[in-house]
Design a protein around this ligand. Structure first.
Ligand code: FAD
Ligand code: UDP
Length: 375
């Protein structure tokens, strides 16, 4: 078989690039995907009881990038959805990201009001402050107490469970994803555009890849087809250290085990996700019907158990944001640059970046416009 482009991986990065190349450049693309489905980690399907679930954990689309939202809107309608998360702290369920409402859920009203006033005078209203920043800058005894309280009860144990590292051992950007929000806004994200594909992510991917210039081979790895397919250029969206056979050593990743449960009740929990920073071995439980709006008698939810990543045994879900690993990645990036005329690398695993879906899509669109179209 002869194609213009070989794309490794049918997640958002691979699918966007295949769609652009096929529709805009009219060139032929072959995608190889090692799993038995398209969609990468955004893949969803109906479980045995008919409930639409996300096989690799909850995926909520959110972005401030209008061009990304408009791009996807060619392939799906949107269901408007604002994600709400509660965290169980001292036995109470409090809004996460921690905000002014969380204060009143946890503390006696007069003390909550005092802490609210202290936050407002120090930082102002509608401001997001990362926990590590509040901790190092808190000027008064009240704010010091509050910062330590939130750190201990919301961040420390959750982060240890999720990463097996403390917040200080990771890049500050990790805990800054969920900053303290001095506001009454209980939504998990504040992006301008938020929602889920109306019929699910998998139909969205099917629509993107439904083009006569695109062929997809499932259950196929890059090494399965090497030497058998003739291609002019390759785009690789898998783990970059795998591609180079770990010549500089293995990049670390964090994995997860997902435990799916179906129960014959209408609703299992009050909101889409409940975080358990301190109790249990799982970090959070997500009930899918909140996200998808599906109506059915029973309900399905998933518990997420963080795991050590072992190559060949489980899936590398998260690159680990930490300076020393970034340096190791740079050695692979230098290898990648030597191949730039023939192979392009992009995606959460190939760039070793903690991308959300919109960032992976923006990266793919920009690679197409700035590199592929200019070649
Ligand atoms: P992937 O989706 O990982 O796709 C890469 C594909 O390449 C995979 O299908 C893999 O099987 C394939 N592949 C790799 N190597 C090979 C090989 N050698 N041969 C053949 N195939 C190969 N983002 C959000 O915006 N909102 C969320 O709510 C959200 N929730 C998330 C929850 C979890 C638990 C996780 C893990 C991620 C979440 N994300 C979320 C992030 C989102 O999953 C990623 O941004 C997105 O999937 C990145 O797309 P990608 O194509 O770069 O990578
Ligand atoms: N985090 C935390 N407690 C929470 C929520 C998040 O400590 O209740 C920290 C934790 O380190 C987590 C990071 O913030 O890994 C980012 O959280 P996010 O919900 O963005 O993670 P993801 O959805 O990518 O797993």
């Amino acid at each position: 078989m002869q194609v213009d482009w070989l794309i490794v991986g049918a997640g958002f990065t691979g699918a966007v690039l295949a769609e652009r190349i096929a529709s805009q450049l009219k060139q032929k693309v072959l995608i190889v995907e090692q799993r038995d489905h398209i969609g990468g980690n955004a893949y969803d399907y109906h479980d045995e009881q008919g409930v639409l679930v996300h096989q690799y954990g909850p995926h909520i689309f959110h972005t401030n990038a209008k061009h990304v939202w408009d791009y996807l809107a060619q392939f799906t309608q949107w269901r408007s959805y604002y994600h709400h998360v509660l965290g169980v702290v001292d036995g109470k369920s409090v809004p996460i990201p921690f905000n002014l409402n969380s204060l009143y859920s946890l503390f006696p009203p007069q003390y909550a009001a005092k802490l609210e006033q202290a936050l407002l005078s120090e930082y102002g209203f509608n401001v997001k402050v990362p926990i590590l920043k509040i901790r190092e800058s808190a000027p008064s005894e009240d704010l010091k107490f509050l910062a330590d309280y939130i750190y201990r009860n919301v961040f420390h144990s959750y982060t240890l469970k999720q990463w097996n590292l403390t917040p200080e051992e990771l890049a500050p950007s990790v805990t800054a994803r969920v900053p303290i929000y001095i506001s009454r806004d209980d939504r998990y994200f504040q992006d301008t555009y938020q929602g889920l594909p109306k019929n699910g992510y998998t139909p969205l991917f099917r629509n993107m890849l439904n083009h006569p210039n695109i062929k997809v081979l499932l259950n196929t790895t890059l090494s399965d087809i090497e030497g058998e397919i003739q291609y002019k250029r390759m785009i690789y969206t898998g783990a970059i250290d795998d591609f180079f056979q770990h010549i500089h050593g293995e990049l670390p990743y964090r994995s997860l085990h997902f435990n799916f449960i179906h129960t014959p009740v209408e609703q299992y929990q009050a909101v889409g996700t409940v975080n358990y920073p301190n109790e249990y071995h799982y970090t959070r439980i997500t009930e899918f019907k909140h996200l998808t709006g599906q109506r059915s008698f029973g309900t399905s939810y998933v518990e997420e158990y963080p795991q050590v990543y072992v190559r060949g045994k489980n899936i590398p879900y998260y690159p680990i944001p930490k300076d020393e690993y970034r340096l190791l990645y740079k050695e692979y990036e230098a290898e990648a640059q030597k191949l730039a005329g023939k192979v392009l690398f992009a995606g959460r695993l190939a760039d070793y970046q903690y991308y959300n879906m919109d960032q992976a899509i923006a990266r793919a669109l920009s690679l197409f416009d700035k590199v592929i179209c200019q070649a």
